[in-house]
Design a protein around this ligand. Structure first.
Ligand SMILES: [Fe+2]
Ligand SMILES: [Fe+2]
Length: 218
């Protein structure tokens, strides 16, 4: 059911989700900017640079909308938490960066956002339109590059790697939880059925993992 923008509880709750989404985009922008220099080839470098531009645009769109929306713009992630997340991305090998950035954050985080869109008021939905379109492009890049990495590996290493990817996928969930964020409550507060959100994310995760195995078998 679509939420009414005049419902004060909904506005406050959606405002918090919008602030979180904007902060994550900002962190993605910075993590990708740091990766430009060390990305393995020119195609990857050019894409990272393009993504930095996209995320910067998303941050501006969202900040503008949050201002109009008129709810509390206090950051969800503290400076220290932001620094820890950046350090995490900085520490990763290219393969793990692809997994955490493009599967965990972009594909699965994006899937959770998609689940909220039908419930959102028209203005919020409009503000998410361009960002979600661009995220599709980011996910396509990440999954494509991951498949490319996997295809270059000997079989045993590849299988171990796919297992590794699946065990890394709890990263986002765990980190948000460790930061003291009650994500289920944040989703429930905007009218989402959290179990359905989780189911959609888990199904997406399954599809992605299967696409890796299928591609490898082909
Ligand atoms: Fe974004
Ligand atoms: Fe993105």
């Amino acid at each position: 059911m679509r939420q009414n923008i005049n419902d004060q509880d909904y506005r406050i709750a959606m405002g918090r989700l919008l602030v979180m989404y904007t902060q994550i985009d900002y962190l993605i922008m910075r993590a990708c900017a740091e990766r430009i220099a060390s990305a393995p080839d020119e195609q990857a470098q050019l894409f990272m640079a393009k993504q930095v531009g996209d995320e910067s645009k998303h941050v501006l769109i969202q900040q503008q909308w949050i201002k109009q929306f008129g709810t509390d713009a206090t950051p969800i992630f503290s400076e220290t938490q932001q620094e820890l997340l950046l350090q995490h991305f900085r520490s990763l090998s290219w393969l793990d960066f692809l997994t955490d950035m493009y599967i965990c954050v972009e594909a699965l985080g994006g899937e959770a956002v998609e689940q909220v869109v039908p419930l959102a008021d028209p203005g919020t939905r409009e503000s998410l339109k361009v960002p979600l379109q661009d995220e599709t492009d980011h996910v396509a890049f990440g999954l494509g590059r991951l498949k490319q990495e996997l295809s270059m590996m000997p079989e045993a290493e590849r299988d171990a790697c796919i297992d590794g990817i699946s065990s890394r996928l709890d990263f986002l969930d765990d980190s948000l939880h460790d930061m003291g964020l009650d994500i289920p409550a944040m989703f429930t507060a905007v009218g989402a059925d959290y179990q359905l959100v989780v189911n959609a994310v888990m199904q997406r995760r399954q599809e992605i993992l299967e696409s890796f195995s299928l591609q490898v078998a082909a």
